[in-house]
Design a protein around this ligand. Structure first.
Ligand SMILES: [Zn+2]
Length: 491
């Protein structure tokens, strides 16, 4: 391995400025408003008393029919969606301990962030607009080597959970160090998450080598498996340029033995493409297929440079591809062929990547850029319409990460991961087509309430599970220490 590779490898599980895109796009027609039947009445009279009713002028279900209910409501009890219908029907049928009023509100499934490095919020904006090696060697790398420990991960993950709740994300797939700490923060803040034990063949903040990180990963997975239904411990082998084929296969074997998925960076950059060809004589996904690495649930982040043959493999193997448009643009990784992958039947969700290469965790922006990037790439405004992109952030994202039986749509029997979006803001006036507005207008500041597993995490902008002032103070203090250390080093 060359020094260049070592430096690249030593950085973190992310390669991944907001870009303002000025496009005019035709929005597809919103499906006709329909009424969805509520559950049949239950004999037990006490069943009328339930935990929560969430109402909205629009209930965007993201179910198989794309039903949108005008003046609707969702009934929630014991963490589950037990009925969906018109607000009149639901209110006549149930009495709830908690009620979220529906005036100027859109109700929809929570968003699914399929790829993140949550704690990297603490490195948000530490260095931007630099050539990759300069960025890595002089900023990110020294900051991580010096500062990433359990406390950094705790504070950074809390900061990320705060931002994700703020923006209506209810499930995320994380890859970073000290996964035990990440899981503890997720347990506390109430979100749903896949937490990866990073496996990487180098000295990292919490391990010395691939073997060491795999041993520690096994302890983490065993420790958290089945402990909390919201938290899914998984393996996060970093990439094919930071692990060799044997290490990748060993990680897959460990994941299959434990019956958990894998999350991995896959075919992200031209660098990775060249590295794979030189090291293995194959491109990344081809390599993975040849060593049986895709024999099990796999969440592949980025997938910017797949060949046609590899797209076929992704579809056949039901790999959940996570598209990260902001990061791909900021790092200049390239444009992922999302339209082609969707046409080939690949499961595609959306993600933010880490905040050092984004620089926020706003899934609304990912939706917008995912659409615009494909339109300009294909020079065709008809590709990636709003409804497709909204699906990638909700039901399609849930399918990509293997949770479609639990979340991603508002359907009876699903876990109650539900958000309300306010359309009080001027940018919602007028509202002709609610799906168009959710994708092309809304941003994280418009989210009013967030519920996961039937538990309210944010109500009318008030955070119920995170002491935001403490997190702000701790993050600011730690950032000041990072900044002065970097200034000292670069003097
Ligand atoms: Zn990443």
């Amino acid at each position: 391995m060359t020094n260049t590779h070592r430096l690249l490898n030593a950085v973190h599980p992310a390669f991944c400025s907001s870009v303002l895109a000025l496009f005019v796009a035709c929005s597809p027609a919103t499906p006709p408003a329909t009424s969805v039947a509520i559950s049949p009445p239950v004999d037990d009279a006490s069943a009328d008393a339930i935990d929560l009713i969430i109402a909205g002028e629009y209930v965007v279900t993201m179910d198989g029919d794309g039903s949108v209910i005008r003046d609707g409501a969702v009934a929630v009890d014991d963490g589950l969606i037990i009925a969906i219908g018109s607000a009149d029907e639901i209110n006549a049928r149930f009495r709830a301990t908690g009620n979220l009023e529906g005036n100027n509100r859109i109700v929809m499934p929570g968003l699914i962030n399929g790829h993140s490095h949550a704690a990297m919020t603490l490195l948000r904006g530490v260095a931007d607009d630099l050539a990759l090696m300069d960025w890595l060697n002089n900023y990110i790398f020294p900051a991580e080597v010096e500062f990433v420990d359990a406390e950094f991960v705790r504070i950074g993950t809390e900061l990320a959970c705060w931002e994700m709740i703020r923006g209506g994300t209810t499930t995320f797939v994380d890859m970073y160090y000290y996964p035990d700490v990440v899981a503890q923060v997720v347990e506390q803040c109430g979100l749903r998450a896949f937490v990866s034990a990073t496996v990487i063949d180098q000295r990292s903040p919490d391990a010395e080598s691939a073997a060491d990180s795999l041993v520690k990963g096994k302890v983490f997975v065993d420790n958290w498996k089945g402990r909390n239904s919201r938290i899914m411990p998984i393996y996060g082998p970093h990439a094919d340029y930071t692990l060799n084929a044997e290490q990748l296969a060993a990680t897959r074997a460990a994941a299959n033995e434990a019956g958990v998925p894998i999350s991995i960076h896959m075919s992200e950059s031209p660098f990775e493409l060249e590295y794979s060809k030189q090291a293995y004589g194959k491109t990344t996904i081809d390599l993975f297929e040849s060593i049986g690495f895709l024999d099990g649930p796999t969440i592949g982040a980025h997938v910017v440079w797949p060949t046609e043959d590899e797209i076929r493999i992704l579809a056949e193997r039901k790999v959940g591809v996570i598209h990260n448009p902001t990061s791909n643009m900021k790092i200049a990784s390239g444009i992922s062929p999302v339209t082609d992958m969707l046409a080939a039947g690949v499961l595609v969700g959306l993600g933010t990547d880490g905040a050092a290469s984004n620089n926020d965790l706003d899934m609304w922006e990912e939706m917008r850029l995912a659409s615009f990037l494909q339109k300009v790439d294909k020079m065709n405004p008809e590709v990636m319409p709003a409804s497709t992109v909204l699906g990638m952030a909700t039901s399609g994202g849930a399918e990509a990460v293997g949770l479609r039986d639990r979340v991603g749509a508002l359907e009876v029997g699903m876990r109650a991961d539900i958000i309300q979006v306010s359309f009080d803001d001027v940018h919602f006036v007028p509202t002709y087509d609610v799906i168009s507005h959710l994708v092309y207008v809304a941003d994280e500041q418009d989210v009013a309430s967030v519920t996961v597993d039937g538990r309210l995490l944010m109500r009318d902008g008030e955070f119920l599970t995170i002491d935001t002032e403490r997190v702000r103070r701790e993050a600011t203090d730690l950032a000041a220490r990072i900044q002065s250390a970097l200034a000292e080093r670069n003097r």
